[in-house]
Design a protein around this ligand. Sequence first.
Ligand code: 13P
Length: 255
Amino acid sequence: MDKSLRKPVIAGNWKMNNTPEQTKALIEQMKPLVAGADCEVILCTPYIDLYAAMEAAEGSNIKIGAENCHWAEKGAFTGEVSAQMLKAAGVPYVIIGHSERRQYFGETDETVRDRVRAALNAGIKVILCVGEVLGERELGITDEIVRKQTKVALSGVSEAELANIIIAYEPVWAIGTGLTATPEQANEVCSVIRSLIAELYSKDASDHFVIQYGGSMNDGNAAELLAQYDVDGGLIGGASLVAEKFAKIVEAASK
Ligand code: 13P
């Protein structure tokens, strides 16, 4: 049991925020603040901002990601963007299966699995989101829900490919609500995911596998959440839109 086998990863999910111009300004502000980070730093932005973000982040320790990708290489899917297109644009990361995509855009465990496959095939690293809604937690079925989401999304993923996947445990009731899972609750579910990785792959794979917590993580609560054994980082929404707040979370992960 050695947490130091895993380098923490702090990722921002900007969701539907920031124009290209605002993107440049925010990344310029963030760069000096996170330059000394002893963790991976990723910012996931709307498609329209990706070029501005990569340009602004060039030469820094900030990596850029998209917030979704389609499962097909190309074709008649109006409004969608393929993993191949992201790869060609030079985007190294993509979030897949965010609960807002599942809730508002009809994504299922199966479409999430197919998008994961497409991203891996294109050579893009995946931040895969899983998490229960409040009703599921109240019914006591959080573990089953998270295990099922993870199992389906990873079906067909080899142990070698796991190195290109991070899982973000995001309880839906904690997203954008100001309600955070307690450090114990966050650790408990991250630990369920780690055990599942051991079960599906190997102990070695699970020891090295990065699992983030997401859901109202901010500069005030990050240190305590990140100190948990099975929490290796954070996927940050609201607080990633404010340079100082995001930088403080990066600092907390660097200790
Ligand atoms: P908040 O940090 O705004 O709760 O959002 C979390 C999230 O959904 C990150 O993907």
